[in-house]
Design a protein around this ligand. Sequence first.
Ligand SMILES: [Zn+2]
Ligand SMILES: [Zn+2]
Length: 148
Amino acid sequence: MPVTGGCRCGACRYSLDYPAIPVIYACHCRDCQTATGGGFVLQAMIPEACLSVTGERVDRSAPNSRGAVTTQVYCTQCLTRLYSTNTGRPGIVLVRAGTLDNSDTIVPAVHMWASRRQPWIGLSSDAEAYDGAIPVDRIMQVFAPNFA
Ligand SMILES: [Zn+2]
Ligand SMILES: [Zn+2]
């Protein structure tokens, strides 16, 4: 059974070509707090080919601080952000994992920008956490199962 998810209103639905929830990270940076209106974001980095979406979507693009253009994709009805792409890493999407149907079973593999997390969010002592972004070589290791 594929992993499924969708927006708040139900107009957009998606499935991920994985037998179980793929590797997910949490980002506690201030940008993600602002973008979500919450304490952090949960995202799955996967090949675009593993994502199938139905329903009407709208996207918005903007340059990021590293000179790439990120495109955020939303449901046209309820404006839930479903996923994003980045010209700096073609063929890869970041699925907003809080939109998964089984989002209550997510355990993030990695926490980034833990130094910026809300002070009331405790991380277990064995959690893999970085004060800033995940080192690039470690990203490749952590998310390798999603690309196998
Ligand atoms: Zn919707
Ligand atoms: Zn972030």
